[in-house]
Structures are given as C-alpha cells and as structure tokens.
Design a binder for this molecule. Structure first.
Ligand code: R5P
Length: 294
C-alpha cells in the first residue's frame, strides 16, 4: 500500500501513512499558463494499492487533479486506487431546490465512483440521502467524528448541554450527547439565503448551570451557529462553545461568530484549519485497511 497526498494535504497524508505503516509521497501538480493542470506520480505504483489522501473542500479546484491522478495510477499498474477524503464535497445539494438545478451530490458521486475503487470519509452530510450507497456505486466507509468530539467535551466542559442547531444535526448531536453522557436538544432552522438564517429554540429547558455546546457537521458562513447563539442567549443560556466536524469558514466569519457571542469555535481535523482541535484518530486507517484488502 502507498499513500499519495493530494495538493495541500501533505500533513494529513503523512499521518495516515504512519498509521497504515506504509510509504507516502506527494502528487506533483503544475498549472500551465492557460490554467490547465499537469499531475505526475513521482513514485512507482505498479502492483500497489494506492491511497489518494486529501479533503475535498474547494472541490472545483481539487477534483480534476484527483481524477487525473487516479487514472494515471491505474494506468501505471496500481492494483487498486482508493480515496480518503475526510471532507466529502457537494453532499448538501441533495435535491432540486429550484427548478432546473443540478442535484450535485449525485453528479459528484457519479464522477468519483467512476474514478476510484473505494472511498473513506468522515460524517458526510447525509440528509435526504440515507447513506452514501444511495448515490455512490463503489464501496464506501463513513468514520464518525462523534466519539472524538464526545471525548473532547468530557475532558473540557464540566456540565455540557449538547445543542443541534437544526433538524439535520440531530444525528450528530444525539450521538455526541449519548457518548458524552449529556442532555441534548435540537433547534429549528429556517434558511432564507446563504447568510440569512433564522434559528429558534423549541425546548427552553430549564438547564441550570449547563454550558451549551453547539454541534454541527459543517461550519461555512457561520450564520447557522450565529442564529443558534442569538436564540440561546435570548433564552438566558451561557455563551456557547461551537464544534464543527468540517471547518469551511474564513476569518471574517469567525469574527462575526465571536461578535454574536460565541465563546469558542473548534473543529475536527478533517479540513486543515486554524480551528482544528479534535483529531479523528486511527478510524480512517482502520477503514482503509478493510477496503484496500477486501
Ligand atoms: C446544513 O444543513 C449543514 O448541516 C450546516 O448547518 C450548514 O452547512 C452550515 O452552514 P453555514 O455555516 O453557512 O450556516
């Protein structure tokens, strides 16, 4: 087995390779003056199971190099080509919300399923799709972040109240709460636009002495967590901590979250980000071993 780091993922790939006890190298990429990309495997992959490693945030930039690398590896003799993408892109576009829209999660699944032999990821945004098998035709494994998040909360928050900011987050909030031995509640969200989000607290407790810990899969503009925080503060709860599995937000979004009263924002190490504080641990390597040797 050999791990090849996708662009920007050298640290993650090295950690994965160390857990798999196998060699790791980087995918060489170069942009031509016209914007097209050259990719090159700087290592012999004949007879190897090749594991392409890297998150798929900013997927429009990353996906073509990934497809070219997978194709090259297979052509150069790799016996299997797997993808470990801790963040899997496009899962939120899981319906035609407006007439004529692409259901991008299905299209993206078609593209990846045509390029690699298996996929390992962390908490993909499964809402209208029940599982990745609904849209992916290759073997897939989902590693949950809940055990690592619950362990962090147990170690750092004395009396937590786990809060999901919307109905979709119930799956993560309930799992984390169960593992952390804490109560949980789920709020109601209305999204009117990318940055126009209203969140209401249905169950007002009381939860005396509890610190709210908002748990969501993705933090992008931060407006879901801002809306949730405003509602929690209005109900008299303490300033919340926010934990996202996948951090896709930028510095201005972080400043807005703090201005809204969020005490701290942290994330799992699925997308390299300044907020990373929670490691997913060896779960990804275990999943790779099962799929690469299966
Ligand atoms: C969507 O339902 C997801 O679970 C997140 O709640 C959403 O992607 C967060 O986005 P934003 O930070 O832009 O509100």
């Amino acid at each position: 087995m050999r791990v090849i780091a996708l662009p920007g993922a050298s640290r993650f790939a090295a950690t994965l390779a160390a857990e798999l006890d196998c060699p790791c190298s980087a995918l060489f990429t170069r942009s031509f003056p016209d914007g097209e990309t050259l990719v090159r495997l700087d290592t012999d992959v004949a007879g190897e199971a090749v594991i392409l490693a890297g998150s798929l945030d900013h997927p429009d930039l990353k996906t073509l190099p990934l497809i070219f690398a997978a194709d090259a590896a297979r052509e150069l003799g790799a016996v299997k080509v797997g993808l470990v993408a801790p963040y899997l892109a496009y899962m939120r576009q899981d319906a035609r919300f407006q007439p004529g829209e692409a259901i991008s999660s299905r299209s993206y699944a078609f593209v990846l399923s045509s390029s690699v032999d298996f996929l390992v990821t962390v908490d993909p945004h499964l809402h209208r799709w029940r599982s990745l098998n609904d849209i992916y035709t290759i073997p897939t494994e989902v590693v949950p972040a809940a055990p690592a998040i619950a362990a962090w909360i147990r170690d750092n928050v004395p009396a937590p109240l786990i809060v999901g900011p919307d109905a979709e987050s119930e799956q993560w909030a309930a799992h984390v709460a169960h593992l952390a031995g804490a109560p949980h509640t789920v709020m109601a969200k209305t999204r009117r636009g990318d940055r126009d989000v209203g969140v209401e607290l249905n169950d007002k407790g009381p939860w005396p002495g509890r610190t709210p810990v908002l748990v969501d899969d993705i933090i992008s503009t931060g407006h879901t967590l801002i809306g949730a925080t405003l509602a929690l503060r209005e109900a008299g709860l303490a300033a919340p901590l926010c934990i996202g599995v996948h951090a896709l937000f930028d510095d201005p979004a972080l400043q807005q979250m703090h201005a809204a009263g969020i005490a701290r924002v942290l994330s799992c190490e699925t997308v390299a980000h300044a907020s990373n504080a929670i490691s997913i641990g060896p779960g990804l390597a275990h999943a790779v071993r099962r799929l690469a040797t299966g």
